[in-house]
Design a protein around this ligand. Structure first.
Ligand SMILES: [Zn+2]
Length: 296
């Protein structure tokens, strides 16, 4: 472990910034812009954020679907949410159980003069989802891969709950949940896995450019690593409804900073170089999972 750490430091010193990816950074900037007013869930029709995701997935060659649902948060009246999803179908035979990649696009809303941009939470995950959807489209996959941008996560994981309660679950092999990929000054991506998922070795073997992975199956340990001991990381994001249904999950994120759930979680607060490297690292991890040699 110590040796690994030394070689990682050496890697950082020897590596310059990655080539800029204007689409990825553009998506992050757009989703945090005043036009989207903090992406609050609860509108009767799909809001501008949902429409933007629909358009972007269409541009990548998908036929996206909007999955609308009703939810009730606390004592408030019933509200409407809208998941946006696209499926990359299995193109080989036999097909392995599917992977559902989730990232919630909703955040806390606001008004033009004061809104919550939610750059880290979770425009960062959604822009990554769009990047992955676009990149994986070029590949032949041996399983269905579903890209699911969930709504109403902030109000109680309602989009993910709805999805896991309304699609057949028997053929789902894994949920990969992306939430908060953009603020960690240590350039560390934390992976919280359900117990005995079998992915530890895959994660530990990766040596992505300028990013370190840390893997755990303990939500408490993740709390320690991210200095958020009071956060229940098992229940804190959209992987939890999958977990409750007995589906293995990998939650991937960088944790929170002091600007979490404040109007200061802005695009400007993001180190775009580190963010890009984090997304490329996630992409590398997903490649390792869907690579045929891993499945045999
Ligand atoms: Zn979040």
């Amino acid at each position: 472990m110590r040796l690994l750490r030394i070689s990682f430091v050496a890697l950082i010193l020897s590596s310059g910034p990655s080539v800029a990816n204007p689409q990825l950074i553009g998506d992050l900037q757009t989703l945090t812009s005043p036009t989207f007013l903090g992406r609050e869930s609860g509108s009767l029709e799909p809001n501008q954020s949902a429409q933007y995701l629909y358009t972007r997935l269409s541009e990548s060659g998908y036929k996206p679907q909007i999955q609308s649902f009703d939810f009730q948060a606390g004592w408030s009246a019933s509200q409407r949410g809208h998941n946006v999803l696209a499926v990359l179908p299995c193109q080989k035979n036999p097909c392995l159980p599917s992977i559902i990649i989730t990232a919630h696009y909703d955040h806390l809303g606001g008004i033009e003069s004061r809104y919550y941009p939610g750059a880290n939470d979770n425009a960062s995950g959604v822009a990554a989802l769009l990047f992955l959807a676009d990149r994986l489209k070029q590949q032949q996959t041996n399983r269905d891969i579903v890209f699911l941008a969930t709504d109403a996560e902030e109000k109680g994981l309602f989009g993910s709950h709805y999805y896991t309660s309304n699609v057949p679950l028997e053929n789902i092999g894994l949920n990969i949940n992306l939430d908060m990929l953009a603020v960690n000054k240590k350039r560390t991506l934390y992976v919280l896995s359900s117990r005995h998922s079998g992915y530890e070795q895959i994660v530990q073997q990766l040596a992505p450019r300028n990013i370190r992975f840390r893997y755990t199956e303990s939500a408490k340990r993740l709390g320690k690593w991210t200095d958020t001991p009071r956060t229940d990381w098992l229940r804190a994001s959209d992987h939890y409804p999958f977990f409750k249904q007995g589906i293995p999950f990998l939650y991937i994120g960088m944790g929170e900073d002091e600007k979490h759930h404040s109007v200061k979680d802005t695009f400007k607060n993001v180190d775009v170089d580190a963010y890009q490297d984090a997304v490329y690292a996630v992409s590398e991890l997903i490649d390792s999972i869907v690579a045929p040699q891993v499945d045999t």
